[in-house]
Design a protein around this ligand. Structure first.
Ligand code: ADP
Length: 448
């Protein structure tokens, strides 16, 4: 400020000094004229700078700060510093806002900012997808015009947002959302939506599973407890024929429960980890030889059971799991093939994949059941499955085992004619044995 006064004093002093120099030479009039001209020049100089300042002030953010001389140089320099620091601050705030927006965009939950009249101010891509919105076109639109669900409208209007709302949206694919509203500022709202479709599906599966297990256990338990009551009341004795029959039925029902528990434990082990625990080289011929033997024992001469090993091979995998999967397919073929039928087990190649197949001439399966056969407790023929001691979990186990070995299951069936279950393994799990080792027991078994 002192500086301004000093400058002003210097200008006035200079004009005065010029007047005083002129006075003795040209008289008082010329001295006054010189002094006046000095003042006028100073005025013009200031008016020009003032004009430049006014022009700049019309749009200070767009126009560049003028360059001045003298005192104006300092004024404009100060203004320039001010503008620069303002621009820097503005850039910083813009960058922060952009960062905040991109964070909100990246959030896996839907975010919609609503104004005091429930109009959309902003929303992220997740919210666009969930509510079928367009952030640009729908900005300023009341959300209730765009999300037209009575439950949603009721929730927004209720102004009671302590509890979240569960919203079901059925467009191309059904979507289940939990919607929460957080109020802030002057009746502005933040709508947060979380996709719980998958969690709901898992919860439904869990409920169905518990209901199925309870249902499976109920019948055998009712049979066993009924007979126990009859025994304890002394109505029948274990040593009489009726008693022996009852004991036999109790045994078969407890066997059934035991099989169910074993299969459930197996499934739970398979589901706990995604990788087989103990992988080794399995000699396919030896493994299938054992399975063929078990199959013939299970069939008890009611079927013709054959094995063809096209190419002796080593399979890399968990022996216990593979054995269980193959045995399940074979036991199904026996259980669903009437007396006199033929069951053929074979090992070979399809392209570079290893293939184990079980073909039967049994009752077959209607094609509508095929896609669901590997679901837990899904049965195409419920009464036959139960009568033959099925748990409804066999094919679920097979599918799990194959998936853990990067393999897959194919099912072909003709109702009334028979079925073919094919387990395929990727090439990297299969090694062809260079020299076929001879297994005397296998040869004996396959010949018989
Ligand atoms: P289950 O213990 O009931 O046999 P699985 O999971 O092994 O359970 O099989 C599911 C269903 O698939 C069976 O209930 C049966 O209806 C059908 N199924 C499986 N294998 C065969 C087969 N070889 N022939 C006919 N139906 C079969």
């Amino acid at each position: 400020m002192n500086f301004v006064w000093t400058r002003t004093a210097v200008i006035l002093g200079s004009a005065l000094l010029a007047g005083l120099i002129v006075w003795p030479l040209f008289g008082a009039l010329w001295a006054i004229v010189t002094f006046g001209l000095g003042l006028a020049a100073a005025l013009v100089f200031h008016l020009r700078n003032l004009h430049a300042l006014l022009v700049w002030l019309r749009d200070p953010l767009k126009n560049t700060v003028p360059i001045g001389a003298g005192v104006w140089e300092h004024v404009f320099a100060a203004l320039y510093r001010l503008v620069r620091s303002f621009a820097l601050q503005r850039n910083r705030v813009t960058a922060q806002l952009a960062r905040f927006r991109s964070a909100a965009q990246a959030m896996p939950i839907g975010v919609v900012v609503l104004d005091d009249e429930d109009r959309i101010s902003w929303c992220n891509v997740t919210a666009e997808r969930m509510f079928d919105l367009d952030a640009r076109k729908d900005a300023g639109q009341p959300i209730l015009n765009l999300v037209r669900q009575p439950a949603f409208a009721g929730y927004i209007k209720s102004r009671a947002y302590e509890e979240p709302l569960t919203l079901r949206i059925s467009r191309v694919e059904a979507l289940v959302l939990t919607v929460r509203i957080v109020q802030y500022g002057q009746d502005e709202k933040l709508l947060l939506a979380r996709d719980i479709t998958q969690a709901e599906k898992i919860e439904t599966m869990r409920r169905d599973f518990v209901a199925n297990v309870s249902h499976e256990l109920k019948t055998p338990l009712t049979v066993v407890s009924g007979f126990l009551e009859t025994f304890s009341e002394g109505n029948i004795r274990p040593d009489e024929p009726r008693g022996r029959q009852a004991l036999e039925m109790m045994r078969s029902q407890t066997d059934r429960m035991q099989r169910l528990v074993e299969d459930l434990l197996m499934l739970s082990t398979l589901e706990t980890s995604s990788m087989p625990a103990r992988e080794t080289q399995i000699d396919v011929e030896t493994l299938l030889g054992g399975i063929l033997e078990d199959a013939r024992a299970l069939s008890a001469g009611r079927h013709q059971v054959q094995l063809h090993v096209g190419e002796p091979a080593q399979l890399w995998g968990d022996e216990q799991e593979i054995r269980s999967a193959f045995a399940n397919l074979v036991s199904n073929a026996i259980r669903y093939t009437p007396r006199g039928g033929r069951i053929t087990l074979s090992w070979g190649r399809r392209g570079d994949e290893g293939v184990f197949s079980v073909e039967d001439t049994g009752i077959g399966i209607e094609s509508r059941h095929l896609p669901r056969l590997t679901e837990r407790f899904y049965r195409a023929d419920t009464s036959r499955s139960r009568d033959t001691g099925g748990t409804g979990l066999g094919l679920a186990i097979v599918k799990h085992v194959l998936t853990r070995h990067q393999g897959r299951l194919e099912i072909e069936s003709d109702l009334g004619r028979g079925s073919r279950f094919v387990a395929l393994f990727p090439a990297r799990r299969v090694n062809v044995t260079p020299l076929s080792r001879s297994h005397p027991e296998l040869e004996k078994l396959t010949r018989s």
